[in-house]
Design a protein around this ligand. Structure first.
Ligand code: NAD
Length: 279
């Protein structure tokens, strides 16, 4: 593999983590978002990830953050080996972006859709080389999670799947392959759990801490569902439930009103320093 250019689209929580991980392992990253302020903030956050990574890592970590370039120009995806798309979890926004990308893309580039719930088939139906598209559902925080969910779309070719698994190996991440279905395995289950935890809170069954402690102390989970929601971002949870409800045609994904209220108050979790907890 000679082309080491990775284009990362979307410079939010996931785009920052993905960019850091690929830069760390020697790739040349082009990080793209719609606005300079977002990119400046992403650059600061990525430096923060490096500092945390070097503090907690048992081996010295080289600062490769200079391997990341920033741009608001989508045409910069040109000549990439892989594009990793991490924009807001919203079907209309994703569709619009892919239609723009369909005019820029060549047959040499693979596309990994990093989405919580949107089906890969829906995305690849908009694109000229659907066999080159698959899903990689990275976990958050990317540099601490060494296994991800890899989604084989109806049209993803075997060589695309193999290239993606090899690419992940190069950045010290293993993949578990699943078939395409909205929410895949992880979020089809997790989003319902989180929503149900929020309903439990909203109905006054228990406090935030006790809902999480039931999972941590009784079940032995590392984190409770409300802490997990704050880590993911409450806007992303809400968007994911909306996507699941629409694509799975199932009322059980109706978002809890407390979740909608928190998002309207811009209490989005760790990224805004307040969600179910304060940070
Ligand atoms: P986020 O809201 O933190 O960031 C999304 C970014 O996309 C924003 O900076 C926004 O400006 C940018 N964006 C929107 N439209 C764009 C466009 N047309 N071109 C370029 N940039 C654009 O969201 P996130 O948490 O980083 O999630 C991104 C994707 O990854 C979503 O699909 C989400 O479901 C998925 N995901 C999230 C997590 C998580 O824990 N947060 C985990 C795995 C996957």
């Amino acid at each position: 593999m000679t082309n080491k250019k990775i284009a990362v689209i979307g410079a939010g929580v996931m785009g920052q983590g993905v960019s850091y991980q690929f830069a760390k392992y020697g790739f040349d990253v082009m990080l793209i978002d719609t606005d300079e302020t977002i990119l400046n903030n992403a650059s600061k956050e990525i430096k923060k990830i490096y500092r945390i990574d070097s503090m907690i890592s048992s081996n010295p970590v080289v600062n490769n953050t200079h391997n990341i370039q920033y741009s608001t120009n989508l045409a910069e995806i040109g000549n990439s080996y892989f594009i990793i798309e991490n924009i807001t979890e919203n079907i209309e926004l994703k569709k619009k972006l892919y239609l723009e990308m369909s005019l820029l893309i060549t047959a040499d580039t693979y596309i990994a859709v990093n989405t919580s719930c949107v089906s890969i088939e829906l995305i690849s139906s908009l694109m000229p080389y659907p066999e080159k598209i698959l899903g990689i559902h990275f976990m958050n925080p990317v540099h601490l999670k060494n296994t991800v969910e890899v989604i084989k779309g109806k049209n993803s070719s075997d060589s695309t799947m193999e290239s993606a698994m090899n690419l992940l190996k190069m950045v010290n991440i293993a993949g578990i392959i699943v078939n395409d279905s909205p929410g895949f395995v992880s979020n089809r289950i997790l989003m319902l759990t989180i929503n149900e935890a929020i309903l439990t809170l909203q109905e006054g069954v228990a406090t935030v801490e006790n809902i999480d402690n039931i999972h941590k102390k009784c079940f032995g989970h590392k984190m409770g569902p409300l802490e997990t929601a704050d880590l993911i971002g409450l806007d992303t949870i809400l968007n994911s439930l909306v996507v699941l409800k629409e694509l799975r045609h199932d009322q059980k994904y109706t978002p809890a009103s407390l979740l909608v209220e928190k998002v309207n108050q811009n209490k989005l979790g760790r990224k805004t320093e307040e969600g179910f907890y304060k940070y």
